[in-house]
Design a protein around this ligand. Structure first.
Ligand code: GLN
Length: 316
């Protein structure tokens, strides 16, 4: 049977996406072809004239038409790559952004000298931040907090797939609201963990008795001012969960709420690290000053935009 060839399909895909105004039409058409056929680019270059089964061609064109409707690529493939790892994503979580790798790099640097660090990831979403840190630091343990039960299921799935489940617990909580009642360790984890959750054990290779204080609180909270959500591209505004984007009126709601309580949950000398929108650096740094954090820094992402604000709780 003379069906569509790889080359022919790719051209079709690229054309449809370009006509729909998809920015990376060429690349996305490629990635979807790889996804559907399982053939690498190297294979394509060598055997572009090979024909594709009818069902694969149909499936490809269906995905192309959904992508043409501005559904993010990652929602079609359920894959997002972050810090060199593959994360499962769906409509319940913000698609991990490359900018956020700057936050993870900063976190790893801050904790270089800390043994068995205990980390709280507030608004964990897919879990990509906490899990990427745990992949680099086998001696670390972490808590991922989110308001969304659906997001927590995704985070738990990722923690399992990426084999850090034994080093993390995931807790449904409105910021710190559930944390006042915490008896840390297995008991607490049993009581507040989401139903389908990771195996709740303490970090095995550590003698540390976990207290309620963390060495680091890290967060990429929702930070888009409500009125600006309308200006975002369709992929973001229509397909990322609104609750992962909406930072309320001035975009700073979550920074205020988290910073206000962060001191109570940090060890002396513990770090607070945020991802920020590129115009929020000074405002968030001022908040950290207001709540007595020290060594405050604003850091830039690879595009040179302000992307991270960090500070430290006083050493005493
Ligand atoms: N950086 C995201 C965006 O570009 C926003 C993420 C957030 O609000 N935390 O849309």
């Amino acid at each position: 049977m003379n069906g569509e060839t790889l080359t022919g399909l790719l051209k079709k895909g690229q054309m449809i996406l370009a006509q729909a105004g998809i920015k990376e039409a060429g690349l996305d058409a490629w990635l979807l072809l790889e996804y559907v056929t399982g053939k690498s680019r190297a294979y394509y270059f060598a055997y572009g004239e090979e024909s594709v089964t009818e069902s694969a061609a149909e499936r490809y064109l269906e995905l192309i038409s959904r992508r043409a409707g501005h559904i993010p690529l990652q929602h079609l493939t359920h894959q997002a790559f972050f810090m060199g790892h593959e994360f499962y994503v769906d409509k319940n979580v913000l698609v991990p952004r490359q900018d956020t790798e700057t936050l993870v790099e900063s976190a790893l640097e801050c904790m270089k000298a800390v043994k068995n660090p205990y980390i709280l990831d507030m608004c964990t979403g897919s879990g990509c931040i906490l899990i990427s840190i745990l992949k680099e630091r086998a001696d670390a343990h972490g808590t991922g907090v989110d308001l969304s039960d659906e997001a927590l299921k995704v985070a738990v799935r990722n923690a399992r797939t990426l084999e850090v489940a034994e080093h993390a617990e995931f807790v449904q909580s409105n910021l710190f609201s559930e944390m006042q009642n915490i008896v840390y360790g297995t008991e607490y984890m049993k009581r507040t963990a989401v139903k389908d959750t990771v195996k709740m054990t303490e970090c095995e290779n550590s003698n540390r008795n976990y207290s309620r204080a963390y060495d680091m609180i890290i967060s990429n909270p929702p930070y888009i001012p409500t009125a600006e959500i309308e200006d975002l591209m369709d992929e973001v505004k229509l397909h990322d969960p609104r609750m992962a984007l909406d930072g309320m009126e001035d975009g700073l709601y979550f920074y205020r709420a988290i910073t206000k309580q962060a001191q109570d949950h940090l060890v002396p000398g513990g770090w607070l690290l945020y991802e920020i929108g590129c115009s929020q650096g000074e405002d968030v740094a001022a908040l950290l000053r207001k709540y007595k954090f020290e060594d405050i820094e604003i850091r830039q992402d690879l595009a040179g935009l302000d992307r991270v604000v960090l500070g430290r709780k006083k050493l005493q």
